[in-house]
Design a protein around this ligand. Sequence first.
Ligand code: MG
Length: 204
Amino acid sequence: MKIICVGRNYAAHARELNNAVEENPVIFLKPETALIPARQPFFIPSFSSDVHYETELVVRISKVGKNINEKFAHRYYDAVSLGIDFTARDLQSALKAKGLPWELAKGFDGSAPVGRFIPLDETGKTVQDLRFRMEINGELKQEGHTADMVFPVDRIVSFVSSFFTLKIGDLIFTGTPAGVGPVKAGDQLMAFLEGEKVLSLKIK
Ligand code: MG
């Protein structure tokens, strides 16, 4: 399986990092080893002293597809959750300054914890009408609504599938709203999708 991520998909977050919003989604990948097994903590890697959380809606692919028309894209995913796109911001900034790829700052082990999936039809909502939030140690850090995405999920699925064949179980991280920030050892992250807790993660 692969983990496909979208960058700069909420205008307010693009602004907070001084990034332009592009004409097409900004796409990068994380390896399968970026996932964290259930109930395991996230270990801050030794190569970074500024690891940031980015709370994102995660969409699970349920059908193989290539060159998917945006109109039919909704048939290719069936469940949603929240994930954290952990980013070694110091390393990413150094790589960006040199015009180099981001993978080391974004795809390291444990950089993509994902919560419990909820079948989309159980939410009673469309994928572009979902509210989510993330708290650290009980304090609200990020709040998002999927209606604020620059590129809606169906557009992302269609765009990505013209480059990569989507396979069952692939995950798409759809970008983070504003409010990203650092984590430190001892923090407890909790993420809520439509008010339901789907992710709980200890930082070590
Ligand atoms: Mg992100």
